[in-house]
Write a new protein. Structure first.
Length: 738
């Protein structure tokens, strides 16, 4: 007998030769592994909230960010034995969780955690107490999850389940480089995610007023209310892994005309039955009331209220967001990309045609994210407007629209870029009706809208003007080209006369395989004149990595052919590149004699060096062989924390080799030893991993023969590293694998 006697019953019977013990069925309960309790380590003092930047949330629930590990503790009925016990977690979100929709997650117990997957690992065990480290992928669906722990005793097959009574909240992770909402800079993250108060601007461009707004995204009950907003939409939880989709849902759900959203708009001046929009000073009560009343729209809101609540919801969910005010803001109602004013033959306004308007000010939002659904260079700040003005795909919503696309007039790109472009950069066109009923342009104002676009500065209550992010300087050649380019995609493409002739062509050429990483990027711009007359043109070049980086100007006088050398110095792009090391060059210009608009976009990648893999010796199954991997740092700076990862099916499992720092232009040699296990044509693959340099990899074909020596036995070799750094800063590493 022992301390488990309370779980065990027995009877003893005697015969002349034997004693028999009879155990009741309840005896097996001692062997079954069960979860007695779960500690989600969700207190403010616990590491989960600190590491996930969620310690400001006024909640005792576990609030975590995706793409990052978190820890929980299990109290078990007996010590966990990996030889006889199995354990896995399940997390479910939404009303109908499904594995195929990523809303029912099965989390296995593994020996080592890998990136980009749901996994759990035991990191500490003290008798019956087990601490688990749980990993989530960067694409995880955000929302509220229920946790279940399932255990199994392998000898009997008996299983138990434990449904935890507390929820787990998963948010976007702007601190994680692989999340689409990643934002670099602690000051910016503190401002656009963690700051729960802000300033919203109003008035006129010459009399700008400011008011403090309490976003309150960490207040008690606000996270639940924000998720309730998503739940009240028609978009299923499976769509909440993509911030573009979530932002679009929030834009629709903050207003109420067509979907019972948070706020009912009212511009009538009569606010009976609700609160005047000017009376609100924050979002907390609005969201609490909406949640408390089961989704009944709160009365009333105008643009700054819609914007303030949008900032609260998106920051609460982990998307960097700010409120933005545009003065002299146009409202284009017919997708002409112009603000049109119509007069009759006597110069009297035609009121039923004058539906376009210019507001003294209008407030919307910018949110920060990558845009893999758009061409390269259009990530970063995205405009989103929750004020119900025009429908987008049948619903009152607007955005996210890339500010980079708005700035250059690329209004053909989603979402709702034409509408936002018109708000900030449409020309005001005056039309007069002719005697035959047609209309002719009689006047235009090119600087009528989009002034003093304002938001709160990072780290202070000062106003900062961000008009330059939305458009080029008024009247500049780039700004005029953007306007005329945009209008070509509007409902009045002939607002600006088409060129008489398009006899000038521009193209970009690359020599060989293109520019290399670490050096100046050089391209050739070829401008060809197909007419018989000389042409004079101005070309503007813009290069985008993830976001806009710079503009250069060329003045060209053409006779037949002109070739320009274009150079982007390494110093200008070294700190701007993202994973693919891709850039997009945009050329725009105009021919003076014909007013022809020139446009060209060329994407190119900065070539990175290869890892050279050289097999050493012949390859046989069961016989150790090696391969030499060499690499040269192309950058004029030291690569930090370099890791080379090697793997090959039938050759070896994925294995990281920590190289460490590599000096500028230094050579690295790694000798990898492995034992093939499968005959046939195999590939040994290696890749280099470091922050400053990506997309560096190599491959070698290895033809593995069946073993020619029967009974040959491989002797294990202890894994070791030997480093040698020469005077020429070359690095050699010899790596042995058992």
């Amino acid at each position: 007998t022992d301390s488990a006697d309370s779980h065990r019953r027995y009877r003893a019977g005697r015969s002349s030769n034997s004693i028999f013990f009879f155990f009741s069925p309840s005896f097996s309960s001692e062997l079954t592994l069960a979860v007695r309790s779960v500690d989600l380590l969700s207190r403010k003092s616990d590491r989960n909230k600190a590491e996930h930047h969620t310690d400001q949330y006024n909640s005792d629930q576990l609030i975590i960010r995706r793409g990052q590990t978190f820890q929980i503790e299990l109290d078990l009925s007996r010590p966990f034995n990996p030889n006889t016990d199995k354990l896995h977690l399940e997390m479910k979100t939404g009303p109908l969780p499904q594995v195929s929709k990523r809303t029912h997650i099965i989390i296995p117990l593994v020996d080592e955690l890998q990136d980009e997957s749901w996994e759990a690992k035991i990191v500490e065990q003290n008798v019956n107490r087990v601490r688990l480290s749980v990993n989530s992928p960067i694409t995880a669906v955000i929302g509220k999850y229920k946790l279940t722990i399932t255990t199994q005793y392998l000898k009997t097959g008996e299983t138990t389940t434990h449904d935890h009574d507390k929820d787990i909240y998963m948010l976007f992770n702007p601190w994680c480089e692989d999340d689409m909402v990643y934002m670099e800079g602690e000051k910016e993250l503190k401002e656009y995610v963690l700051n729960d108060t802000g300033r919203i601007y109003y008035g006129t461009e010459k009399q700008i007023g400011a008011r403090t707004w309490n976003f309150g995204q960490f207040d008690e009950g606000i996270l639940e209310a924000c998720l309730f907003v998503l739940d009240n939409s028609e978009v299923p939880p499976s769509g909440r892994g993509d911030p573009v989709n979530v932002v679009r849902v929030v834009s629709a759900m903050i207003n109420s005309p067509d979907d019972l959203g948070v706020l009912e708009g009212n511009w009538s001046g009569n606010y009976a039955g609700g609160m005047s929009p000017t009376a609100w000073s924050g979002s907390v009560e609005i969201l609490r009331q909406y949640h408390r009343e089961g989704g009944k729209p709160v009365k009333y809101g105008q643009c700054w209220v819609f914007s303030g609540v949008t900032t609260t919801v998106l920051r609460c969910l982990g998307i960097p967001t700010r409120s933005v005010t545009n003065f002299q803001s146009a409202h284009d109602t017919d997708v002409s990309l112009t603000t049109d004013v119509y007069f009759d033959e006597n110069m009297e306004p035609i009121h039923h045609l004058n539906s376009d308007s210019v507001w003294n000010f209008h407030v919307w939002n910018d949110c920060w994210m990558a845009r893999p659904d758009l061409p390269a260079g259009l990530g970063g700040w995205q405009a989103v407007d929750s004020t119900p003005q025009e429908t987008s795909h049948g619903t009152f919503r607007c955005g996210p629209a890339s500010l980079a696309a708005i700035r250059t007039g690329q209004v053909y790109l989603k979402f709702d870029t034409p509408f936002v472009f018109a708000e900030v950069n449409s020309d005001k066109i005056y039309w007069q009706r002719n005697l035959d009923g047609t209309f002719s342009q009689i006047h235009s104002e090119k600087k009528a809208v989009g002034h003093c676009i304002s938001t709160k500065a990072v780290g202070s209550d000062e106003r900062v003007d961000i008009t330059n992010l939305y458009k080029y300087p008024e009247g500049s050649e780039e700004e005029r080209i953007a306007v005329e380019t945009a209008c070509r995609y509007g409902s009045k493409p002939d607002v600006y006369s088409s060129p008489i002739a398009e006899d000038v062509r521009v193209e970009v050429r690359m020599e060989g395989e293109g520019p290399r990483m670490g050096g100046d990027a050089q391209l050739k711009i070829v401008v060809k004149n197909n007419s018989s007359q000389p042409r004079r043109t101005t070309l503007h070049s813009q290069v985008a990595v993830m976001y806009y980086t710079g503009v250069k100007l060329f003045l060209v006088i053409l006779f037949k052919l002109k070739i320009l050398e274009w150079v982007l110095p390494y110093t200008q792009y070294q700190n701007q590149l993202v994973d693919q090391a891709a850039l997009m060059m945009t050329l725009s210009g105009r021919v003076s004699e014909t007013q022809q608009v020139l446009a060209n976009q060329t994407s190119f990648r900065l070539r990175t060096p290869d890892l050279n893999i050289e097999p050493i010796g012949e390859a046989y199954v069961g016989k150790e062989m090696s391969a030499k991997i060499t690499f040269t740092n192309p950058l004029p700076c030291t690569l930090r924390n370099v890791v080379i990862r090697v793997e090959g099916l039938g050759l070896r499992d994925l294995h990281p080799i920590k190289v460490g720092d590599v000096s500028k232009h230094a050579n690295v040699t790694v000798t990898e030893h492995f034992v093939p296990t499968i005959a046939g044509k195999r590939k040994l693959v290696a890749s280099l991993d470091c922050r400053q340099l990506t997309q560096v990899h190599g491959v070698a074909d290895i033809d593995v023969q069946e073993s020619h020596c029967i009974g040959w036995m491989h002797n294990s070799v202890v894994s070791s590293h030997n480093f040698a750094i020469t005077k020429t800063a070359n690095l050699q590493l010899r790596h042995f694998i058992a």
